[in-house]
Design a protein around this ligand. Structure first.
Ligand code: HEC
Ligand code: HEC
Length: 466
């Protein structure tokens, strides 16, 4: 067993290799054959700035062409209507960014920033208490369900906001002190008082493996729900409104599992973030308080009641769903393997479920029947009041968040030049992200706090290898 490990550790990280002699051990330690291929056959091997930017490695040539077309509509800016570039006009009237990549820069992770700093992949969701007819968030009467700090010429934006941080000191069990930062938000609304709006700050996630998460059979996710274990961890599914099906279905995407599919998430982003209407969301997000917004010229092509060609929605959906998953680094390094064992022992893997085999995929055979390692149960967990936003999102209450997939989290410094984590990017590194775990995550957090410095380093080495 030791011989096998040493032999394979000598291979360059990231190259395809045969499986080692020793299989996985029952406590979650030990190298598992193929675990560095987090996205199965979709896994990509560039570990530079564009690590999140590549198509799944197993797309056909035709699929690769669709990916390229989708990519162009993901990255290029939308412009104010009317314009000679009819395929890309209709921006706003109010919006958060001019393109998808304005927030999902190189398909990587956004960070918190107030609008004055430019778009960095961050937005504020809004609502008022109660729910809409589908059980989703109830829109604020003047500002809707999202704060849009940008607008086209002649229309007032919704205003501006600022973020301040207050210190939250703590100490590891070995006496080492640390200091977390708790954010608070001030909104200066341009359409009257924002009142007691419920505000949910969220950063843009890395977009690797979206179609793989969509191809996880629903029963696998539902089977992750259990009665609270000795750590008090249970987890429950979110059920959300599927616009195309006009039905309530399992939620998978977004920080609260508040979207059912890559397609609806994509159309929702076009509509809410860029101001582009589509078959799924045919109206701009102007509220009845926003007259100039309602009167602005739209970018509909002749004969269409919306701005996004259906084929373009399909292409961008395909692009987003078939981004590959970057290969893991140093998966067989002894410190990484020690950290992997600690990850299981501390109870992290209960929520951050390591692996699945995907089922069929309606989007591409490349996504089907792959063994993947996303490290999520895709369920909601009560993470305690300090992480809570107080804003319900379908079944998710103010303290509940979807366990985020951990694939790619070691790459943000390389791809996006920062190491901000959690739904609002408050954590400045992985240590802070773990220390914020409360509620159902409190027992795991406490075990981390009680680790020795070298154990903490090993756990972090494992996380950095993902
Ligand atoms: C203003 C910034 C912004 C823009 C522009 C934007 N996004 Fe996002 N994106 C986000 C945020 C924030 C989230 C998390 C949303 C939530 O939790 O509700 C997200 C989530 C997603 C997700 C789900 C990720 C996951 O892990 O569940 C996908 C897919 C996605 N966006 C695709 C797109 C596409 C496609 C576009 C362009 C049409 C786009 N986004 C434009 C900020 C943005
Ligand atoms: C009860 C379920 C649960 C347990 C147990 C748990 N986590 Fe999490 N984890 C979550 C949820 C939910 C979030 C998102 C919270 C948020 O963004 O506010 C999260 C976020 C994270 C993040 C940040 C991810 C990102 O994309 O920004 C890291 C890193 C992380 N967890 C690591 C760990 C480690 C290490 C452990 C064990 C010490 C652990 N988690 C235990 C549920 C859990």
């Amino acid at each position: 067993m030791i011989a096998g490990t040493i032999l394979l550790a000598a291979l360059a990280p990231g190259c395809r290799k045969d499986v080692p002699l020793d299989g996985p051990s029952t406590d979650g330690s030990g190298y598992e054959p193929g675990e560095e291929l987090g996205g199965g056959a979709t896994t990509t091997f560039d570990l530079g700035q564009n690590a999140f930017n590549h198509p799944a490695a197993n797309l056909t040539d035709d699929e690769g062409s669709t990916f390229v077309v989708g990519n162009s509509f993901f990255t290029q800016n939308w412009v104010t209507a009317p314009s000679s570039t009819t395929g890309r006009d209709g921006l706003g009237p109010i919006f958060n960014a001019q393109s998808c990549s304005g927030c999902h820069l190189r398909d990587g992770r956004g960070r918190p920033a107030a609008s004055a700093e430019g778009v960095a992949g961050f937005l504020l969701r809004l609502s008022v208490p109660g729910s809409d007819v589908f059980g989703g968030p109830a829109p604020h009467p003047a500002y809707g369900t999202q704060f849009q700090p940008l607008s086209i010429l002649g229309v007032a934006s919704e205003g501006s906001f600022s973020i301040t941080y207050g210190p939250v000191p703590g100490t590891f069990a070995d006496g080492t002190p640390y200091e977390l930062q708790q954010p608070s938000y001030t909104i200066a609304g341009a359409y009257g008082p924002i009142g007691d709006a419920l505000v949910s700050p969220r950063v843009a996630q890395q977009l690797c493996g979206m179609g793989l998460l969509e191809a996880i059979p629903a029963f696998e996710i539902l089977a992750n729900q259990h009665i609270p274990n000795s750590d008090g961890v249970s987890g429950r599914a979110n059920y959300v409104h599927d616009v195309a099906l006009n039905a309530t279905v399992l939620g998978r995407f977004g920080w609260k599992a508040n979207e059912p599919s890559v397609r609806q998430q994509t159309a929702g982003a076009f509509n809410g973030d860029i101001g582009i209407t589509s078959t799924l969301f045919p109206s701009d997000q102007c509220t009845s308080a926003q007259h100039d917004c309602l009167d602005a010229i739209n970018g509909n092509d002749p004969g269409n009641a919306f701005e996004l060609a259906p084929q373009t929605l399909d292409n961008v959906t395909f692009y987003t769903a078939t981004l590959g998953v970057p290969v893991r680094r140093n998966a067989q390094d002894p410190t990484v393997l020690k950290g992997k064992a600690l990850f299981t022992a501390a109870g992290c893997a209960t929520c951050h479920r390591p692996s699945y085999v995907t089922g069929p995929s309606a989007l591409s055979p490349a996504l089907a029947h792959q063994r993947i390692f996303p490290y999520t149960d895709l369920l909601l967990h009560d993470m305690g009041p300090a992480l809570g936003d107080g804003r319900p999102d379908f079944l998710a209450d103010g303290n509940e968040w979807r366990t985020p997939p951990l694939w790619g989290i070691g790459l943000f410094q390389t791809t996006n030049g920062h190491t901000r984590y959690l739904h609002d990017g408050r954590a400045r590194d992985l240590t802070e992200a773990i220390l914020w775990h409360g509620g159902e995550g409190a027992a795991a957090q406490e075990r981390f706090r009680n680790m020795t410095a070298s154990e903490r380093q090993a756990l972090l080495a494992f996380l950095h290898s993902l």
